[in-house]
Ligand binder design. Structure first.
Ligand code: MF3
Ligand code: CO
Length: 264
């Protein structure tokens, strides 16, 4: 079932989104060579609780942490650990969800650890651009396939692989609601987008092939060819007209020239 949110409900999600944005910014600032991801996780959990919210990943289907910290060829769902020490030249995607006053926010970004290669930097940048190209399509009357197609077209124009096995999703009172938001698709296909729909768009883009394997811990997912992978996600609200509001990027304003460039 698709849940349509009214403006008061979206206002609540905006608050959750703003808090999550702050948390992810603060966690990102702590990323440096030598830190272990359990430290990042503990910091994130404390910051969320201090702000009267709850981590939404913790306990979700038994998931043991507040963050997913996925390093290099890991795509998603890396479990933070004292043994997962970040090393110069790596990239780490940090995914976090929280619930504030009953409303969910979900967002992820990929952060360099110290100096990284130009190729890795390009992958991160294009993954962010893929999100914005997809998000531009999240307008009343467009279809889900338009979002997926926009993400896929940009990623593949760079020779990258779009991870197929994981997707974005509707979000609201639950972290995962309908619809499934694919990062690939055909223009003009799929469900029509309606005002008040709130969705998480989350491209996961690999330098190589899109096939993935599961880690032995039953959570971590990594590229089968072990190529680097980047992840970027925001929660957004489809409006009655115009471009969507990105709830986990407070203050963000769309500009015309942002098409195909880096708006950040
Ligand atoms: N951000 C992820 C998603 O969008 C959720 C992480 S799965 C969890 O599906 F188990 F860690 F919660
Ligand atoms: Co998500």
């Amino acid at each position: 079932m698709i849940t349509i949110k009214n403006s008061e409900q979206i206002a609540k999600m905006r608050e959750a989104g703003a808090l999550l944005h702050m948390v992810l910014q603060e966690v990102s600032r702590k990323v440096e060579p030598g830190i272990n991801t359990a430290e990042l996780d503990r910091f994130a959990e404390q910051l969320i609780r201090k702000n009267h919210a709850k981590p939404s990943f913790l306990g979700y289907e038994g998931y043991p942490a507040t963050l997913c910290t996925s390093v290099d060829d890991q795509v998603v769902h890396g479990i933070p650990s004292r043994r997962q020490v970040l090393r110069e030249g790596s990239i780490v995607s940090i995914d976090c969800g929280l619930v504030l006053d009953g409303w969910q926010a979900d967002s992820a970004l990929t952060v360099p650890v110290g100096e990284i290669s130009p190729q890795a930097r390009q992958l991160i940048r294009v993954t962010e651009q893929c999100f914005f190209e997809g998000a531009r399509q999240a307008v009343h009357g467009q279809r889900l396939g338009d979002i997926g197609h926009a993400v896929q077209a940009l990623a593949e124009s760079h020779g990258y692989g779009v991870i197929r096995d994981l997707t974005g999703h509707g979000i609201g009172r639950e972290m995962h609601e309908e619809p499934t938001v694919y990062n690939f698709g055909q223009p003009g296909h799929g469900m029509r987008l309606l005002p008040g729909m709130t969705i998480a768009i989350e491209p996961m883009i690999a330098m190589g092939d899109w096939h993935v394997d599961e880690d032995d811990d039953g959570w971590g997912i990594r590229t089968r060819d072990r190529s680097l992978c980047s992840h970027y996600e925001h929660t957004l609200a489809v409006g009655p007209d115009g471009l969507p509001e990105i709830l986990t990027l407070p203050g963000f304003q769309w500009k015309e020239q942002e098409h195909g460039t880096d708006p950040l």
